[in-house]
Design a protein around this ligand. Structure first.
Ligand code: MCN
Length: 788
């Protein structure tokens, strides 16, 4: 055994990526390539009364100008799974035809010999709009006289979803206090470094189509495209080359991909489209955007009995692939690490004239964690209890796993207190509080916050998914003894070429350099469910492990034959097969592979070759957890926040590669720092996206990121033989509430009891200087609890 698993092996992807040798969509230039550019609506809601394309068509170099009337009849609409009870789904044509429903809605597309000409030609397309009243505010969308986003639906309500677990009514009856708080989880824009983009190429001879696209889901696209473009699945190849970040935003079939496929078919040459940053902000999915009213039933000793919530989720104008489902994940995970007696959750999905929301790193779980972790701090503050103690009192204990939460999901394994204790120790918690108090005595606004989170990821089994919860992987011993691993997952920055090679190398007993991992091409990996929901390691990694086990089983039969022994007598160790006690006559993989493919001396009935593939169907999701602690200082004069200390202790079960795990967590925390402190998506009342560029939309800079102190605990998952849980989203889920709790702790001496993200300088300055601007937290004593 080489013992790669568990070691901080450097990423095998890095040499090519760091030297600029990675091949991204925009690096592809097939012969005859034309460039497409989309014309987008400047209005949030308007009817289109005329489109004039003649002038654009006359520009030298322009090959086509296509409108909704030209393309929509030849392709299907963009669909979203119809998963919510009574779900109202707007008709989503790939180009707007009679109406536009959000700023950035694609209206026409120009195809030209180069990108600059295509851009110039856009200015020559004339569209006459009749602006209509738009609704951009989530709550106003529910007002009686609100404009309807989609008048044909007759309502802005897309669905109402209820989740009741345990006995919430009994919890409220038994409560000493009922706390009420409203929380807003604001909209964020994913902004991966590489925007979206694709190249489609129609091969007329064999009537096949290749789509190279910056996506997380080539296999799901191949499954969805036939219906959209009328080309059968086996004649479609989808390739995700190098992808410069997705964070959930590339987990979708977008209208542009369908249009570009149609254009190559129409024009008979390859067509490329690369999204601009402004388009990316306006027309690639956004994340979060929920407003919730929460009632919390508590005992005087800090036991949280039940939570009742009424949440509004802003879905935007259209339903993309996961749009309706994301807020349900918030509901499922609302109980967090705690043993509640009951929950009573209602989520109302609402249409507005804005870009759709969908899965953005964490997808519903950051909202749940933020809510429950703010609730824990509010409970402690209102009851005058220690916030760590309140959490401890409500924790699910290690002996209670597997534990079915009031959210109705079965947490696989956990030790929440273990992670908390470790984080407190790494943070020197008591000293942190003493330092905070000393700084306060000097008049500084300093705060310390924590969050103890659990999340759900590695989604499966298939019964809970709309398109299969398995993952596929294959392993092939080449004749040379080298190993080719093919995965149906589609890593796009996570480093799975390294971790999957670690798994294969260890279990085959070969060197890491002997293993090559291929991914992201449906013609190479015939099956796959791609990469999202932090599932690739747990599910894709296990599919590879299972394939290795099959090959070892087969190789043993061959080795036994060649060594004139029996399979029972055989041992496999360190990449060598030998008869027990006779290591000198061991066979290597190279020798076995050579025999297996030359096929001149095989046991009777033995199929030549040494390759195997497996589908792994997980029995359950995995439930990573941890504790994050943040210390902050707020500048009283400017309202600016500085994170002075950050400690993260995360438990993702067995860690395949601790270096990558830490990198994932650090990247995830950076996303949350952005959401908590700097990022603000602003739509005007008329539905104009005001923060549509990096000049207005402030993602964190390197200087906003503190030094992290990282720790871990290891509680293996029983849901897969690797014992791993996902980690790709954990940092984002754990971090924002820790920062929020620290900021509110810093302001608590001024009487601030709650504030919503983002904690921009302006918002904090107002909270410091204008008490009227602060949101309310109500605390009612029940008759049982006596007067407050
Ligand atoms: N890992 C490990 N041991 C574990 C768990 C994970 O060594 N117990 C390692 C993996 O092998 C892998 C990485 O950590 O290198 C993440 O694995 P996993 O948690 O299984 O997540 P996925 O590979 O399924 O990636 C998806 C996840 C999601 S949902 C988002 S969003 C996200 C993320 O990964 N987007 C990313 N991380 C990202 N990282 C980059 N660079 N870019 C993105 O777009």
């Amino acid at each position: 055994m080489k013992n790669y698993v568990g070691r901080p092996v450097k990423r095998v992807e890095d040499p090519r990526l760091l030297q600029g040798k990675g091949v991204y969509v925009d690096d592809l230039h097939p012969p005859g390539l034309l460039y497409a550019t989309f014309l987008r609506s400047p209005h949030a809601h308007a009817t289109i009364t005329a489109i004039r394309t003649e002038a654009a068509k006359a520009l030298p170099g322009v090959k086509a100008v296509v409108t909704g009337a030209d393309v929509n009849p030849h392709v299907s609409m963009v669909t979203s799974p119809d998963i919510m009870p009574g779900q109202k789904s707007p008709k989503h044509t790939v180009l707007a035809q009679d109406r536009v429903y959000y700023v950035g809605h694609a209206v026409a597309v120009v195809v030209a010999t180069d990108r600059a000409i295509a851009r110039d030609a856009l200015d020559l397309v004339e569209v006459d709009y009749d602006p209509l009243p738009a609704v951009a505010d989530l709550e106003q969308a529910l007002a009686k006289d609100a404009p309807l986003t989609h008048p044909d639906l007759g309502t802005n309500v897309a669905y109402t979803w209820n989740l009741k677990g345990g006995d919430a009514a009994a919890g409220f009856k038994a409560a000493d206090r009922i706390l009420k708080v409203r929380m807003h989880h604001p909209r964020v824009i994913p902004m991966p470094i590489e925007t979206r983009g694709c190249v489609a190429s129609w091969q007329a001879g064999d009537e096949s189509l290749t789509l190279w696209t910056s996506t997380q889901i080539p296999h799901l696209l191949r499954m969805l495209l036939p219906k959209c473009i009328g080309v059968p699945e086996h004649r479609i190849r989808v390739v995700a080359p190098e992808v410069g970040g997705g964070f959930g935003a590339k987990l979708n079939l977008y209208p542009e991909e369908i249009v570009v496929c149609r254009l190559t078919r129409m024009l008979g040459v390859p067509v490329k489209w690369i999204e601009s940053r402004r388009e990316n902000a306006a027309a690639t999915i956004h994340g979060r955007d929920q407003i919730g009213d929460y009632e919390v039933a508590v005992k005087k000793n800090g036991t949280v009995l039940a939570i009742r919530s009424r949440t509004l989720a802003d879905l935007g104008s259209y339903l993309q692939m996961g749009t309706p489902a994301i807020p349900t994940l918030t509901g499922l995970m609302l109980p967090g690490c705690y043993r509640l007696r009951g929950i009573d959750i209602q989520v109302t999905g609402v249409h507005t004239n804005k870009m759709a929301t969908d899965a953005y790193r964490g997808a519903g779980r950051p909202e749940a964690t933020y809510t429950i972790e703010r609730i824990m701090d509010i409970v402690a503050a209102e009851l005058g209890l220690d916030r760590v103690e309140v959490r401890r009192r409500n924790f699910i204990k290690p002996s209670e796993f597997p534990f079915t939460s009031t959210g109705g999901v079965t947490y696989d394994s956990g030790n929440y207190e273990g992670a908390l204790i470790k984080a407190q120790s790494l943070a020197s918690w008591d000293r942190l509080l003493r330092d905070r108090d000393a700084a306060r005595r000097e008049g500084k606004l300093c705060g310390v916050g924590l969050s103890t989170y659990v999340e759900i990821c590695a989604f499966g089994p298939s019964s809970m998914m709309s398109a299969g919860g398995w993952e596929w992987g294959s392993v092939r011993l080449e004749m040379s003894g080298r190993v080719t691993v093919i995965t149906g997952a589609t890593p796009h920055g996570q480093g799975q070429e390294t971790t999957f090679a670690q798994i294969a190398a260890d279990s085959l007993g070969v060197g890491l350099d002997d293993v090559l991992v291929l991914r992201g091409d449906t013609s190479v990996a015939p099956y796959g469910r791609d990469t999202y929901g932090s599932r690739a390691t747990a599910i894709g990694g296990t599919a590879i492990l299972r394939s290795v086990e099959k090959i070892i089983g087969k190789a043993k039969i061959l080795a036994a034959h060649l060594l004139q022994s029996t399979v029972k007598q055989l041992e496999f160790k360190g990449g060598r097969f030998f008869v027990r006690g006779k290591t000198s006559k061991a066979l290597t993989w190279k020798e076995l592979a050579s025999e297996a493919y030359n096929a001149r001396n095989l046991p009777k009935g033995f199929e030549p070759g040494l390759e195997a593939s497996s589908f792994f169907e997980p029995p359950n999701c995995t439930f990573p957890f941890g504790t994050h602690i943040a210390a902050v200082e707020i500048d009283r004069e400017t309202g600016e926040v500085r994170i002075t200390r950050y400690v993260a202790v995360d438990d993702c079960g067995n860690r395949i590669n601790p270096l990558l795990v830490e990198g994932q967590i650090q990247g995830g925390i950076a996303h949350s720092i952005g959401q908590a402190l700097t990022e603000r998506t602003v739509y005007g009342e008329d539905g104009q996206l005001i923060t549509g560029e990096f000049t207005d939309y402030a993602i964190p800079r390197a200087s906003d990121i503190p030094e992290y102190v990282m720790g871990s605990t290891v509680t293996p998952s029983p849901s897969n033989p690797l014992g791993v849980k996902g980690v790709g989203e954990a940092g984002t889920i754990g971090a924002a509430p820790a920062i929020a709790n620290a900021v509110i702790d810093a302001l608590s001496p001024l009487g601030v009891r709650h504030l919503d993200m983002p904690f921009t300088p302006e918002r904090l300055w107002r909270a410091i200087h204008d008490p009227a601007s602060r949101p309310k937290v109500d605390a009612e004593a029940t008759s049982k609890g006596g007067k407050k």
